[in-house]
Design a protein. Sequence first.
Length: 180
Amino acid sequence: MVRFLFTTCLTLATVDATEPIALIDGRSPQPWRIVNDGVMGGQSQSRLSLREDYYQFKGYLSLANNGGFASVRSQTPIADLSGYKGVVLRVRGDGRSYKLRFRAGRRMDGVAHEARFDTRPETWVEIEILFDTFRPVWRGRLVGGAGPLDASRLRQIGLMVADGQEGPFALDLAWVRAYR
């Protein structure tokens, strides 16, 4: 495992700067952690599974007990992306809105930078998100003075559903890549 992580870090650090960098790839398993509103008394449930060549994030969003979010996070090695404009992700959704989230630290709590994206039911789409459109948030609230996303210090990447609509959700993720 240590050798795999070291090799991954080394590979990311030596990638040709003109090529997109794969941050998430559904053909390569990596560790993820589910974080739902149960941490504050909510009842939402979710799971992430690796399919043939994509990840499937699905579950049930509950608004009970002041809940209303479900998320998954990965602490994969991420190269310095300061020379990149943003990310493009290939997703198939259910028509709901989701958030792509980054964190600079390894802590599971703290300020995250997020950008919302919309999906189309049962249709694979590629969505580009510029780094300068990510907003700093903490527990769903904007954080003043947190500064913009620092693409040179990214340590966590995640997905979240928190659109205020109770019910089932499903998002398939083939990959996330940084682009120039």
